[in-house]
Design a protein around this ligand. Structure first.
Ligand SMILES: Cc1cc2nc3c(=O)[nH]c(=O)nc-3n(C[C@H](O)[C@H](O)[C@H](O)COP(=O)(O)OP(=O)(O)OC[C@H]3O[C@@H](n4cnc5c(N)ncnc54)[C@H](O)[C@@H]3O)c2cc1C
Ligand SMILES: *[C@@H]1O[C@H](CO)[C@@H](O)[C@H](O)[C@H]1NC(C)=O
Ligand SMILES: *[C@@H]1O[C@H](CO)[C@@H](O)[C@H](O)[C@H]1NC(C)=O
Ligand SMILES: *[C@@H]1O[C@H](CO)[C@@H](O)[C@H](O)[C@H]1NC(C)=O
Ligand SMILES: *[C@@H]1O[C@H](CO)[C@@H](O)[C@H](O)[C@H]1NC(C)=O
Length: 532
């Protein structure tokens, strides 16, 4: 055991140990590519020499910050499977020839970990892009659906609502439609129906996946309870490649109501947000009110699973400060709402399928996001400071998502997502700026976000300071590899923040059981629990 103790000490002290590559060499790479070419139709494997390679690599990137890092260190190839056996073959070739794979569903990972590696001296890797596996099979009588993980949430919503009017699914809120169901459900999935129905991952009934040996596990029975627990919220890219989820669909009324109210500081935004903190988590489960704070203005956005007159009455009695009237309401179908919250009035001039089934993304500005959880309301004085926090040269946003309701009733160890009872709301910090793509380097993040995140330390959840794995943030640290596997002590620093200490340990134990040699690995993947 002395050697393990030594290893723990070494990685604990933080010596940098270069990542031992899987004996990565051009020799292996050629063997790997040859293996793929004998197992897969050649048009499903793109190498950098193909003119479609770079367009495909950057196709799902919205964040300008990630373009240069992705193209400077491209994958060996991109595999675009059209059936499960192709995914199995890619994993088996990877194992045989010591090349890792990263899997991409919607490609919206905040740090781009599904298609880029930031590890110094980085080892070669291949990307498995699931975009061609996007079938959705809805069973209206059972109120269930099987969705392949290459589908986006926009497509999922569209297929459910058209096949089974009256049913919906709780997933992403805002800019929703391009997020992949592979990533979002793997990390939990928060949205404006979570107060009524929980996270996306709380509504997973079954799944199909490919494990680290390339075996197809057709259902949860084949996975066993531990692995099926781990893939529902333990974060993408850790335990295998999920090919499809079986989802429990939820009832939605024929019309839902969307409300939008803006308040400037002069109009009482600080008081309203101060009150919102304890009010929003205690509202009826059918009603979610989120807040987007930008340029010293608070924008309250709300989804109510019912009609305008009812929600106006509720808001007037519970939150009179907002002065809600029926003029602030828009009634629409649940499906229209999923598009409206992103596209706004464009939904009146374009068919919903054009909006929700369109996978192409436009490259936006540079973006950096971070997250926090709040358990104790901040004072009015603190909010005033936050509203007045200088915005540097960029533009910053705070997005507050209310918890409570079903989120507070589900146990913190039901699935790996731990932020349940006692949480008032989630904060997402978003910083947007126009950076320069210079020589493969990335313009440093302006400091609005870092400064504000530091300022918030005393006011947010502590020991550990919580964070949401789907709002991945590499500022919390990156993995070190010691003795061929990811170091547990290093990963624990952010692992317990994403999952809580007990869930993180259980995830690491499951990782040891199902992927002992740590084949599925990235900068913040779950390490195998050390044996002692
Ligand atoms: C515009 C935008 C809006 C967002 N809105 C929300 C929101 O409302 N609610 C919310 O909860 N989150 C939201 N997010 C965060 C989002 O949930 C995560 O970024 C999520 O990981 C994206 O999933 P993806 O499939 O698009 O990402 P990808 O980049 O494809 O994957 C993310 C991670 O999961 C892994 N992965 C992907 N597919 C699979 C698979 N099939 N099996 C196993 N692992 C897999 C990847 O390897 C990677 O590690 C948003 C993000 C963006 C950029
Ligand atoms: C997958 O596609 C290959 C062709 O590439 C085909 O030979 C095989 O039968 C397909 N497998 C399944 C399970 O559909
Ligand atoms: C950051 O969050 C915002 C708001 O949810 C989202 O639009 C954006 O795409 C996210 N970007 C990144 C890189 O995480
Ligand atoms: C709104 O919903 C309430 C409660 O379900 C119902 O009693 C009322 O008739 C509805 N009003 C309209 C205008 O649909
Ligand atoms: C799909 O989205 C892209 C990027 O936002 C846009 O340029 C394109 O026009 C859209 N296509 C359709 C058919 O609406």
């Amino acid at each position: 055991m002395a050697s393990i103790a030594l290893l723990l000490t070494v990685c604990f002290l933080g010596f940098y140990v270069p990542v031992p590559s899987l004996a990565s060499s051009s020799h292996n790479h050629n063997d790997f590519l040859r293996c793929l070419s004998t197992s897969l139709p050649s048009q499903l494997v793109l190498t950098p020499s193909s003119p479609s390679f770079t367009p495909l690599l950057v196709s799902s990137i919205r964040n300008a910050r990630l373009v240069a890092p992705a193209t400077a260190n491209p994958p060996l190839c991109i595999v675009t499977p059209t059936n499960a056996s192709h995914v199995q073959a890619a994993v088996r070739c990877g194992r045989r020839h010591s090349v890792r794979v990263r899997v991409r569903s919607g490609g919206h990972d905040n740090e781009g970990l599904s298609y880029r590696s930031i590890t110094p001296n980085s080892e070669a890797f291949a990307v498995i892009d699931l975009a061609k596996l996007h079938a959705v099979r809805v069973n209206p009588h059972e109120a269930t659906a099987w969705v392949e993980t290459g589908a986006t949430t926009g497509e999922l919503y569209y297929r459910i609502a058209t096949a089974a009017p009256g049913l919906g699914f709780p997933a992403s809120v805002c800019p929703t439609v391009g997020v992949g169901v592979g990533g979002i459900i793997s990390g939990g999935g928060i949205g404006l129906m979570m107060r009524k129905y929980g996270l996306s991952a709380d509504n997973v009934l079954d799944a199909t996946m490919v494990d680290a040996d390339g075996n197809l596990l057709a259902n949860k029975k084949a996975m066993g309870d531990d692995l099926f627990w781990a893939i529902r919220g333990g974060g993408g890219g850790n335990f295998g490649i999920v090919l499809a989820w079986k989802l429990r669909l939820v009832p939605v009324p024929p019309k839902v109501t969307f409300l939008k109210i803006a308040k400037t500081m002069e109009q009482g935004a600080v008081d309203a947000v101060t009150k919102w903190q304890t009010l929003a988590p205690a509202l009826p489960d059918d009603l979610s009110v989120r807040v987007v704070i930008q340029k010293s203005q608070a924008n309250f956005q709300s989804l109510y699973l019912g009609n305008c007159s009812t929600v106006v009455a509720t808001m007037r009695s519970r939150f009179p400060e907002l002065g809600v009237t029926s003029a602030d309401c828009k009634e629409m179908s649940w499906l229209q709402y999923t598009a409206y919250i992103y596209f706004g009035d464009a939904i009146n001039s374009k068919p919903l399928e054009a909006l929700l089934l369109n996978r192409s993304t436009t490259l936006g500005p540079f973006v950096k996001n971070k997250s926090d959880y709040v358990k104790k309301a901040l004072t009015k004085e603190t909010w005033k400071k936050i509203f007045l926090w200088p915005n540097g040269g960029g533009s910053g946003q705070l997005i507050l998502e209310p918890h409570g309701g079903a989120m507070g009733r589900i146990a913190a160890d039901k699935i790996p997502f731990p932020h349940r009872s006692g949480v008032l709301y989630n904060i997402q910090y978003v910083e947007l700026w126009n950076g320069k793509q210079a020589g493969g380097d990335v313009t440093p993040t302006p400091n609005w976000i870092g400064g504000l995140y530091d300022l918030m330390t005393p006011y947010v959840s502590k020991s550990p300071r919580g964070a949401y794995v789907n709002y991945r943030d590499l500022d919390m640290g990156v993995n070190k590899v010691v003795g061929g596997v990811t170091c547990y002590q290093t990963a624990k620093v952010w692992g317990k923040r994403y999952f809580g200490p007990a869930n993180f340990r259980r995830l690491a134990k499951i990782k040891r059981k199902v992927d002992r040699t740590d084949y599925f690995r990235n900068e913040q993947s779950i390490p195998p629990l050390p044996l002692n």
